[in-house]
Design a protein around this ligand. Structure first.
Ligand code: MTE
Ligand code: MO
Length: 429
């Protein structure tokens, strides 16, 4: 479970002039600096000359991969449940302990349907075939010699937050929202690859083919059909994340990135792209990744992740240690564009204030938000609500359930509420 935050030491630094952004924090910045929980007198004592200042430190970490401080060893991915099939599992990103909007590679959530394959990059091939002029096999070297692009995008499993459909689950944000990450991805545009195979040929009806089949090289042979016109502008075939080659668990050596689309369509260990004129109705788009509506009809091919937000600090499992100012920090994202607005309520939804967004609020990327909160010791609830560039507003759980019913497991994006009790404990209740 996430650690209790050291909330008081996170408070703003009084020695720095308030920036315009800070003044925007609900007008709270100046009052925050005078908050009693800063313990100003303690800060004025002479600094210790600690043992680590008195002697040279450890040598450089040449010839090895650097690791986080051992004091941060609690910041790890966690698994929330057991899965019935060999290799099928997921681990969750520790959102409450992260800062900024990029997920470090070692903390990116994982979802494998049949384990992590151990792929030799020299033996790996990507085939592009189907309705194309010149079907081709690409080696990793071939792909690395094509023009490339780096872009920051979130990835969210469509099963994320499914625990909250039936009401507050009691779980902390890592478990409720941790099937979520955001990386800078580098690779080749799908459109560049299609040019490299001479472009499409006609579909069976004489028109332009509209679908792309993507297949993974893992034992699940994860296979999904994607609507070409909705991804061509931004889809990438990526070989790197956050500056280094993909991690094995995130698709090494190659994965499809369909920004804004449900995690499952971002096929890892990518080995095949086939241009087709109709979806192939694979297992992952018939038996799985569809939602059953109250009238029994299936919502199939729901690709875009709807706008969503969550407060990561303070969040369930943490504790407010004193009355006074707290920054409320969270993340917002949308699979249909950029985040335009996040509103925060600190009085159980009665009134809302505009949060400050970190700039730029990127297209289909996690956007960090902050708002100010002076806790007076009374029980309350804190909530956040995102609006995206299409004007769509994140719904309440009640509105979502009214529209979709309770048979659906996927695409939960309801407003998340964290209760603050009189003793300062924060609960998902
Ligand atoms: N080949 C393959 N691709 C896959 C999967 C898989 O099991 N095999 N899991 C999918 C699911 S359900 C999700 S949510 C994302 C997870 O990506 P990550 O493990 O890099 O976070 O990958 C998708 N791509
Ligand atoms: Mo997923």
């Amino acid at each position: 479970m996430p650690r209790h935050p050291r909330m008081s030491s996170d408070a703003p630094d009084a020695s720095k002039p308030a920036s315009p952004r800070r003044r925007l924090l609900g007008g709270f910045a100046l009052s925050a600096l005078a908050a009693p929980n800063l313990k100003a007198a303690t800060l004025l004592k002479p600094l210790n000359v600690d043992p680590w200042t008195q002697t040279p430190g450890a040598p450089i970490l040449a010839h090895q991969y650097g690791l986080p401080s051992p004091h941060e060893s609690n910041v790890i991915r966690r698994a929330a449940r057991a899965w019935p099939m060999p290799g099928a599992a997921s681990s969750l990103t520790p959102l409450a302990d992260l800062h900024g909007s990029i997920t470090p590679n070692g903390l990116v959530y994982e979802r494998h349907h049949a384990g992590v394959p151990d792929i030799d990059p020299d033996a790996h091939r990507l085939v592009i075939h189907g309705l194309v002029r010149e079907p081709k096999l690409f080696t990793m070297d071939d792909l690395l010699r094509l023009p490339s692009e780096s872009r920051i995008h979130f990835l969210e499993c469509s099963g994320n937050t499914a625990s909250e459909w039936k009401g507050p689950s009691g779980r902390p944000v890592q478990i409720t929202h941790g099937l979520l990450s955001c990386c800078e991805w580098t690779g080749v545009r799908l459109s560049t690859l299609l040019e490299a195979v001479g472009g499409h040929t006609a579909a069976s009806d004489g028109g332009t083919p509209q679908w792309l089949l993507a297949e993974g090289a893992d034992a699940a042979a994860m296979t999904r059909s994607l609507p070409l016109d909705r991804i061509l502008e931004r889809a990438l075939v990526v070989y790197a994340q956050n500056g280094e080659r993909l991690r094995p668990e995130n698709g090494y050596p190659l994965r499809l990135l369909a920004p804004g689309f449900e995690g499952n369509t971002n096929v890892k260990w990518l080995r095949r792209l086939k241009i087709v004129d109709a979806p192939l109705q694979t297992r992952e788009e018939t038996s799985k990744y569809t939602g059953i509506l109250p009238d029994g009809r299936a919502r199939q091919f729901v690709f875009e992740m709807d706008a969503k937000s969550v407060i990561t600090r303070p969040s369930a499992g943490q504790r407010l240690t004193a009355q006074g100012f707290y920054p409320i920090v969270g993340l917002a994202w949308s699979g249909r564009g950029a985040i335009r607005k996040v509103e925060v309520s600190t009085d159980s939804g009665a009134t809302w204030q505009a949060a400050v967004l970190d700039e730029p609020a990127r297209d289909r990327a996690l956007t960090r938000f902050q708002a100010g909160f002076v806790w007076n010791g009374a029980p309350t609830a804190i909530l956040s609500r995102a609006t995206d560039s299409t004007g769509y507003v994140q719904p309440t759980r009640e509105a979502l359930v009214a529209a979709r019913g309770l048979n659906s497991n996927y695409h939960y994006n309801g407003i998340q509420r964290w209760r603050i009790e009189a003793d300062g404990s924060v609960k998902n209740a």
